[in-house]
Every structure is written in C-alpha cells, then in structure tokens.
Design a protein around this ligand. Structure first.
Ligand code: ZN
Length: 515
C-alpha cells in the first residue's frame, strides 16, 4: 500500500489520502471475493489460515501519521486527569486501562515531570495541557501517543511523545526502543535527514536532526507499516509550521527495528476489535539498571582512560555559551575527534537549541553554568537552586540528558552552593588554566596561554561566545593533537565525581579555598 522507494517528507496531501482510501477499498473488495478458507498469500507469516477466523478490520489512520486506535475498541479504558502539583494551570488527561495500571502510573509520573520541566525551563510559562490517543492495541502491546500544548509568553506550542507498553511484562518503553540500537538510530537519522532534504513540504533543516532520544520520542507506524517519525513544533522547523514528520518506507525501516519494533509494527497494521489486557505475567515492571537507552548518550563512553599514565588528557571547557560561532568550534573538534565540555548558561541555550543538541549528539559534555550568571556565593540556597534547576530543565528538554556537572560563575562558591549542588547531583568544576580570553580578545594570546598551560590532567577555561576564542581554537586543537594530547570531556578526565565537591583538575580539591 502506497509504498515509496524513498522516505518522503510531505504535507498531508489530500490526493494521497484519497488514493490510499481507494486502495483500502480495493483491498476490502479483494478480501471479500477471495474464497473463504484460503490464506492471503500477500501477507508474510501472519495471514489468517483458519476458515473459522474472520479477517481483522483494516487499521485506521493517515499515511503521514501514526495508526489511530479508537479507545472504544479497548475494553474498559477510562480517562484520568492529572492532579498537577506545580504552579501553573495544567489540564492533562491520560488513559487508565484495566490490568495495565503500571502504564497509568508511569504516565502520571512522566506527565507531572514534564509539566514541572516546562514550568522550570520557561519563566513565562502560562499553561500545560496534554491529551492522549491510542496508536496500537494488540499483540500484547499498547501504544499511547500524548499530544502536549505548552503555552508561554510567545503562545502555544504543540509537541508529541509516544510510549509503548508490553502487557505481559508490564514494562513501558520510549519510542527509541523501536529501533535495535544506537547504530540503527543513526541509520534511521540518515534516512530522516534525506526525507527532510528531499521534501517538497516544510522547511525543516536536515542538519539539526540528530540521533538522540529527545528528537526521536514520538515514533510509530502508519496503517501501511511505514515508520513515522514526528517532531514537535519548533524542534526542527519554524514553530509556525507546527508538527513536522518523516515517513520511512516499511522495507527500509524494517531492517532497523528491534524485536519490540517489529511487534509494534505488526500490531499497528491491523485493526482492533474488543482488545482486552490480561493481568501481566510478571509484575516487575521497569526495574532499571539496563544502562542507557537508545538515543541516550553519555559523555564518557568512548573508552579513553585518563588514569593510564600513557595517555595525556586535557579538558577544554567553554563557558557562557553556546554562541553564534560555536558550531564552527564543533567542526574543528570533529576534525580532530576531540571532545570538550560546554558550561551552558540559560539564555544562550534558549537561543541556540540546535547547537546544544549537536554538541550532545557529537559526544561533548553539557554542564550547568546557571541561568543568569550570578555570583552564587551568598545568594541564598533558594535562588541558587532555582537558577540551576532552570538550566537542568532547559537542557533536559532539548536533549533528554541530565547534567551532572556545574561551574559557578566567576568560580565563586560557598557552603550553601556546595549543599545545593550536592542535593541536585552536580559536582562543581573549576579550572587549572585560565586563558583570560574574555579580557584579552586576541586569538594569538589565547592560543599561547592554552598551549603554555596545557598539561596532563589540566582543565582549561575559555568562552565560546568570543570570536577571538573561536579563532584561537582553529590552531589550538590541532596543536594539542600534534603534541600528543587527548582532548576529553571533564567527566572523562575526572571519572566519577561527587556531587557538591569542588574540582580544579584531575586531582579532586576538597579544600575549597582556592577561589
Ligand atoms: Zn561564566
């Protein structure tokens, strides 16, 4: 049905809808005239072989969207309303399905967290709404697609997340679990970029699409079995374009799917009648401990061991950004397979979310440098907490990553900051080499200071908001590489850090007296 040789990114064209409707009708006619008892030879292994069974009704939905299951076809489903405990009005509904209570519990927690993250990340937050629909029910699976509307001072913005629930194990899965692994997600990302690049509709930018969980959090199948990837308004195209999506041909997508993904596809491509969830065989649910999921990246996983005396590690760190030329710095780092750490402040994150996602996707470490860059010492723990929390929420919403390092502006910290950061799970990272690049806007001066200061275990402070610093990195990164340095993230350099503790280089500094 409507097989495309290439993935497409197209608006919901009425002609396509009509064609599909005609094809569906034609298929129904064929089914009707086929002698009863004869298996349909066109389906693969899932055909109805018994003369007693009736063919299931066709799956419903549009070719550019996820399959739509009428909730009335799921036995006993009810709607619950979230009792939101935050500070803005929230109107959030989610499904409660008999024998699938762990799903409802998960949705309640998740939506509450999402509303809190929106509120924390958006000083102008006005309201949070969410409604649900089912996108598969069968084969031991339920798919729940949430549509959120987040309203802030700039108006409403729509976003989507789709969760998958296994009724036998009582486990819930994110959409990234539909693909077999990170490599498959990367291949899917290439297909999606192609679809966007070839697209005759929408002005989404292929270059801002990366294989990370926050971008691939709403995936499923259309009734024909093609994989549909959808993006929130404003995520990869201007907000005014609303939902953007890519459809990846069933055959191409099939090779990338996990076992769960193949089961979901099978469930989403047949119609639903009186689906009933039986009590789960296991009740363990999501026990965790499975390591990072697909699309969740950690800045430490590439096998560099800085404690090895044969490895000379240096951590380049960039504060106060990202800036307009940070992508240029990312190009240079990529050229030398070098990693860096970006201590982000809030407003630049809001201004350059694509750069934040790219840095994350390319293996750099993201760390918290506060929302408004205040001197935290003596500020009061309430304000320190809310300032840091805002940036945690901002970065989490863009990337799905929870940062575990922070840098106090001006290196200024005290016991109150130590206690708040300990509580928030953030280690305090200072530096051992200060390039003073904010003061001396001269690329050759900055370069000389980096090269003079570099030593095994050093943490070097720079600011990627200054053009002269970006200019300096063009030669510095290559020169450090030539001198045998491995440029690593702070977490690669330090290994496991203790929240609240202060570090200036590879040896933890517990005295806190150096500022
Ligand atoms: Zn700063």
């Amino acid at each position: 049905m409507n097989k495309q040789s290439h993935p497409t990114m197209a608006p919901n064209h009425p002609l396509i809808t009509i064609l599909v409707a005609l094809l569906v009708l034609a298929g129904m006619v064929l089914l009707a005239i086929r002698p009863s008892g004869e298996a349909d030879p066109s389906t693969d292994g899932t055909s109805v072989s018994s003369a007693e069974e009736e063919a299931p009704p066709p799956a419903e939905g549009e070719p550019d969207g996820l399959t739509v299951v009428d909730a009335a076809d799921v036995v006993g489903v009810e709607e619950a309303e979230l009792a939101y405990d935050g500070g803005i009005p929230a109107s959030v509904a989610y499904p409660v399905i008999p024998n699938a209570e762990p799903l409802a519990d998960f949705l309640e927690r998740e939506l509450n967290d999402e509303a809190h993250a929106f509120e924390a990340a958006s000083p102008g937050a006005v309201s949070f709404e969410a409604e649900w629909n089912l996108t598969a029910a069968g084969g031991g699976l339920v798919g729940v697609r949430m549509t959120r509307v987040e309203t802030d001072s700039e108006g409403p913005k729509e976003g989507y997340t789709t969760y998958w629930y296994d009724t036998a194990t009582a486990e819930h899965h994110p959409s990234t679990a539909l693909v077999a692994g990170q490599e498959e997600l990367e291949r899917l990302n290439t297909l999606v970029r192609e679809a966007v690049g070839n697209g005759d509709g929408g002005s989404a930018d292929p270059d801002v699409i990366h294989p990370i969980s926050s971008l691939y959090d709403s995936m499923g199948f259309n009734p024909g079995g093609d994989l549909v990837v959808e993006f929130d308004a404003g995520q990869v195209a201007p907000v005014s374009e609303g939902r953007t999506y890519a459809v990846v041909d069933a055959e191409e997508a099939g090779a990338l799917l996990s076992e769960l993904g193949a089961r979901v596809r099978d469930a989403a491509t047949v119609g639903v009648e009186d689906f009933e969830v039986s009590a789960p065989a296991q009740t363990a649910g999501n026990g965790g401990g499975d390591g990072p999921g697909v699309g969740e990246l950690y800045p430490v996983d590439d096998g560099v061991d800085c404690s090895d005396p044969g490895t000379k590690c240096v951590a380049l760190t960039f504060d106060d950004g990202p800036g307009g030329r940070t992508s240029e710095l990312l190009d240079v780092l990529a050229e030398y397979d070098a990693r860096a750490t970006f201590f982000l402040t809030g407003h630049p994150v809001m201004e350059h979310p694509h750069t934040v996602r790219r840095a994350y996707a390319e293996g750099h470490e993201l760390a918290n440098h506060t929302l408004n860059h205040p001197d935290l010492a003596g500020l009061g723990t309430g304000r320190v907490r809310s300032d840091l929390n805002t940036v945690q929420a901002l970065v989490y919403r863009e990337t799905g990553y929870t940062m575990d390092l922070m840098r106090p502006p001006y290196g200024s910290t005290d016991d109150g900051v130590a206690s708040v950061t300990a509580d928030l799970g953030l280690a305090q990272i200072l530096w051992s080499v200060d390039t003073l690049d904010w003061k001396d806007r001269d690329a050759s001066v900055v370069r000389d200071r980096v090269l003079k200061g570099a030593s095994d275990g050093a943490i070097i402070l720079m600011h990627d908001i200054h053009g002269t610093t970006i200019d300096a990195t063009h030669t510095v990164v290559g020169e450090l590489d030539a001198r045998g340095y491995t440029m690593v993230t702070v977490s690669q350099l330090l290994g496991t850090t203790t929240p609240g503790e202060v570090y200036v280089d590879r040896v933890p500094d517990v005295s806190e007296e150096d500022v």
